[in-house]
Design a protein around this ligand. Structure first.
Ligand code: GLN
Length: 291
């Protein structure tokens, strides 16, 4: 009997608790509804300027690129490729390409923001996460299927980095070796012609570290970064010119969304101006030739 009574009391208490919870939940709902209303009102008020901006963008569309219309040019890069891009002592992306993009931004009157990401993700991020990519990127037919390129701004070639005591010297010597490369780069594509043992890295410096540790036999990478790594790993590695292996010259350009001709015109125009006013040569001296 006592047990039954206890059970009834427990039930009654539970029910009142449930009721209490219910009413609390109801008032929370009211609050939520109020909050929703407020938000809706605010959105409604904000609609006019947003619409106006959209209208302005439409008017400007004929003469201005969609990527530039918001006043911010988001530049994607992989800041692991000195002297073209690297993270400086303050944690900021710097290097020739970054300075060039900042100068282009100034000419076009837009703010430049840098998005640092994996090299292999750059092309597919253009038009969504980033407006353009500046990353010592070689113009290739394959990339041209998904993006447009600015006029080329720098000539490059792949170099080979080997341990200081290596006797690798000819294209034949590259066959079946373990070759370190940066994932998705032209060096990666060349390596695949010589061997099935390609070690792909997201950061070029990791490939060179593994060369020094004996995990790879050689690294194929662009000339200027190769020269920077030669200095950084002085005495441990040496570089061999790509011409010795028959590697062809390449051209760097800025990659941008396919079909945005207004953007291409704006960027090419800015690069032309920077060449004409001496800024471009200054940047080459500061960032590339000083290395
Ligand atoms: N130039 C090479 C390419 O475009 C490498 C670029 C890089 O590693 N940032 O594939």
């Amino acid at each position: 009997m006592k047990k039954v009574l206890a059970a009834v009391v427990t039930m009654a208490m539970t029910m009142s608790l449930l009721t209490a919870c219910g009413s609390t939940a109801a008032s929370a709902d009211d609050t939520a509804a109020d909050a929703t209303e407020v938000t809706t009102d605010e959105t409604a008020e904000a609609e006019t300027p947003v619409e106006e901006a959209a209208d302005e963008a439409e008017v400007a569309e004929a003469s201005q690129s969609e990527a530039l219309a918001d006043g911010v040019l988001t530049v994607g890069t992989n800041a692991e490729f000195p002297p073209f891009e690297y993270v400086d002592d303050n944690g900021e992306a710097d290097g020739f390409d970054m300075a060039l993009c900042r100068a282009i931004g100034e000419k076009l009157g837009v703010e430049v923001k840098v998005e640092n990401m994996e090299f292999a993700s750059l092309v597919s991020s253009i038009g969504s996460k980033i407006d353009i990519a500046a990353a010592g990127m070689t113009v290739t037919d394959e990339r041209k299927e998904s993006v447009d390129f600015s006029n080329p701004y720098y000539e490059a070639v792949q170099y080979v980095i080997v341990p200081a005591d290596s006797d690798i010297a000819t294209a034949d010597d590259l066959k079946d070796k373990t070759i370190g490369v940066q994932l998705g780069t032209t060096g990666d594509f060349i390596a695949e012609d010589y061997t099935s043992n390609v070690a792909q890295y997201n950061k070029a410096v990791d490939a060179v570290n593994d060369l020094v540790n004996g995990k790879v036999d050689l690294v194929i990478i662009d000339k200027n970064p190769a020269l920077v790594f030669e200095t950084k790993f002085e005495g441990k590695v040496k570089v061999i010119e790509g011409a010795q292996f028959g590697f062809e010259t390449e051209e760097y350009a800025i990659a941008m969304p396919k079909g945005d001709t207004a953007l291409a015109d704006a960027i090419n125009g800015a690069i032309d101006e920077l060449k004409a006013d001496g800024t471009f040569d200054e940047l080459v001296k500061t960032y590339i030739e000083a290395e």
